[in-house]
Design a protein. Structure first.
Length: 682
């Protein structure tokens, strides 16, 4: 801080001290017993007579030479280029000379402890170490019983700006204590640290080279006090706001409104944020706007003219949130190429090769989220003792996923790859197309606009149809693993509700939560929710059709990857089928497929007896992949209880139990020479 600013404040305090000296002398001259040690603890007759004699005469401080000399020196300092904090504060908060005097009277005891005793004497109460309203107004030359006194301390700029607070609200107005918040005192003395009360609600926004802040910069330069930045899923209003404020010479304070509303007194904290913006010359950036739905009046407390307030969010601005005029600007989406550049910038020297950047394309993140994800990726690589690679990028990007979907769906960590699938070539091609569409959907549907209009999103929807155990869920897991995304399986028990309208609400919660998560959303047994619409015969049919209509609309606006799995394709409504990007039929495996499945399910860890005949198992038992896996697991348990080596007796016994589980007949001709194993076991 420039020394002249502190000299100016101390000089003005010296002028206040001179007034206090004069006021103390006046009190002594009318005090019949100034040496009474119990003074202020009781009232004698003489004191009562003085009170009945009428109010004290207010002093006239306008011609004090010391204050004039201080201001003259301050003028010279400003002419030389110095910034004086007291004058800046007065200009930013619209204070008049009396307001400035009251502010200085309020900070006197915080700067010099001598004033505590003096105020105790003037208050006629040694236990009260701050100036009362009556004493403060008397030192400022304002009569207590006038509208001016109330205006200065109750609804003037000192009060509305949060510069002065009155303690002990149950006391009469004149007896209340005048207190200046610590942050204001610290500012006047040269401290630039942000108010500690804001620590729980302030967020850090990294410096990211993204976007064009020109329109926003122009609005701030024009003095627009309130601006709303509506941001899409991959755009960042905060990044543009921070850059525009920097270009216009402002600092930026970023508030998380969700955290703010969790605080005991969010309105008071909002006023503290507005005061901080004025003190530090910063612009306020607050979001997300959805937090304002329950407390719309919060915007009024955030306004900090002449400093700009920028609100960010994903939904449409509601005029009920503020009586002030608001400038609404739309933040552009970030393209895949732009996000690659942000990844390259954030990774820096940690490595940003083509293979690493290619792993980022499927993640729809805002620019500041990319920076945090890159930091996480570097940490992952550091722990592994390796350079940043695609795997670390995936882990870093996943770290930015929200947790809301965890409460609505079951998260599955993908652990299988394309090599684990045993499916016909045509099915594999269709699955690879699903992954391809998910990886490049932003370029094709977003940048190239191949599906314009109608409020359509850039999501990908696929239907996996086939008998139970044919690999639908596993194929979904493979696609999620290939894309580096998490897999969320929607539990229908949390969706379907017998009460009208509740199922749609539950689905909306899932879709809204999924919008903040880079993941694959799997609806298993989808025909329970996406079933055919029927002819309306009663109210139940009408509401069932409303549910289906809602899902049709919501699927079109969804930007993520959604997979519907069903055992009964015929039960899926044709309107859903038309909106699907890929439809994959999963057949039961043929003999060669079953042979590969048996070999794959048994793996290479368990030792096999020489008599293991997988060809016989594949030829004799027509089982789906899920049943083969279940049989292999059962056989492994049997082997573990035996000699730890799997043999045909274990496998045949496991198949027999699987048959019984499926309700199928066990014929001796089917089991051939291994029927004896079952007879011995029985």
């Amino acid at each position: 801080m420039a020394p002249q600013s502190l000299v100016h404040v101390l000089g003005r305090l010296a002028a206040i001290e001179e007034r206090i000296r004069v006021l103390v002398q006046l009190r002594r001259s009318t005090d019949p017993n100034p040496d009474d040690p119990f003074r202020g603890l009781y009232l004698d007759d003489a004191a009562v007579d003085r009170l009945l004699a009428g109010p004290r005469q207010v002093g006239d401080w306008s011609d004090r030479a010391q204050g004039t000399a201080v201001e003259s020196s301050a003028d010279d300092a400003e002419d030389a280029g110095a910034r004086l904090r007291l004058r800046d504060l007065a200009a930013n908060f619209g204070l008049d000379p009396v307001d400035v005097d009251l502010l200085l009277i309020g900070i006197a005891a915080d700067v010099d402890p001598r004033f505590e005793g003096l105020f105790g004497y003037l208050n006629d109460d040694v236990s009260r170490r701050r100036p009362s309203v009556a004493v403060a107004l008397e030192l400022a030359g304002v009569p207590l019983g006038t509208p001016e006194g109330y205006a200065h301390l109750l609804h003037g700029p000192l009060a509305t700006g949060g510069l002065v607070e009155l303690d002990e609200q149950d006391r009469p107005f004149g007896g209340r204590g005048v207190r200046v918040p610590d942050r204001v005192v610290a500012y006047l003395l040269g401290d630039d640290a942000i108010d500690v009360a804001l620590a729980p609600v302030v967020v850090d926004v990294p410096d990211v080279p993204w976007g064009d802040p020109t329109p926003l910069t122009r609005a701030i330069e024009d003095g627009v006090p309130l601006i709303y930045l509506r941001e899409p899923a991959t755009g960042s209003g905060r990044v543009l706001a921070a850059e525009a404020l920097r270009l216009t010479g402002h600092r930026s304070i970023h508030l998380d409104l969700t955290r703010l509303l969790r605080q005991p007194d969010p309105e008071r904290l909002a006023r503290v944020a507005a005061r901080e913006a004025r003190l530090s010359g910063a612009g306020l950036v607050a979001g997300p706007v959805t937090a304002l739905e329950d407390r719309p009046a919060l915007v009024a407390h955030l306004l900090a003219e002449p400093r700009p307030v920028l609100v960010v969010g994903a939904r449409v601005w509601d005029p009920a949130w503020s009586t002030h005029s608001v400038l609404q600007l739309t933040v552009p989406e970030s393209t895949t190429a732009e996000r690659r550049e942000v990844w390259r910038f954030a990774l820096g020297g940690a490595g940003a090769g083509t293979d690493v950047l290619a792993a980022t394309d499927q993640f729809r993140l805002r620019p500041e989220d990319v920076v945090r994800a890159a930091r996480s990726a570097r940490l992952q690589a550091s722990v592994a003792g390796a350079a940043v690679g695609p795997r670390h990028i995936v882990l870093g990007a996943r770290a930015e996923n929200g947790s809301a979907l965890d409460r609505l769906a079951r998260r599955v960590e993908p652990a299988v790859s394309w090599a684990d699938l045993v499916l016909p070539p045509t099915v594999m091609t269709a699955l690879e197309e699903v992954a391809l569409r998910a990886r490049h959907r932003e370029k094709v549907l977003g940048e190239w606009r191949m599906r314009p209009g109608g409020g359509r999103g850039i999501g990908v929807a696929a239907l996996f149809a086939g008998d139970s155990g044919t690999g639908k869920t596993m194929a979904t897991e493979v696609i999620a693993h290939d894309l580096g995304l998490e897999l969320y399986v929607v539990d229908l028990a949390t969706v379907v509700d017998k009460y009208i309208g509740e199922t749609e609400k539950n689905l909306e919660r899932i879709f809204a939560a999924a919008a903040d998560v880079n993941a694959v959303l799997l609806f298993d047994e989808a025909d329970a929710v996406f079933g055919k619409r029927s002819e309306v015969r009663d109210a139940h049919d009408r509401y069932a059709n409303v549910e289906s209509a809602y899902l049709l609309q919501r699927m079109e606006s969804f930007d993520g990857l959604i997979i519907l799995a069903t055992n009964l394709r015929a039960n899926i409504d044709d309107a859903f089928t038309r909106r699907l990007d890929v439809l994959v039929d999963f057949p039961l495996p043929d003999e060669s497929g079953r042979l590969s499945l048996w070999d794959s399910c048994l793996g290479r860890t368990i030792r096999r007896e020489p008599d293991v005949d997988l060809a016989f198992l594949a030829k004799s038992f027509e089982l789906a992949g899920g049943s083969i896996r279940s049989s292999a697991v059962t056989a492994a348990y049997l082997a573990a209880a035996d000699a730890g080596v799997i043999g045909m007796k274990h496998l045949v016994t496991a198949v027999h139990r699987e048959y019984r589980k499926l309700g199928r007949l066990c014929l001796e001709s089917e089991f051939g020479p291994y029927w004896q194993f079952l007879r011995d076991s029985a």
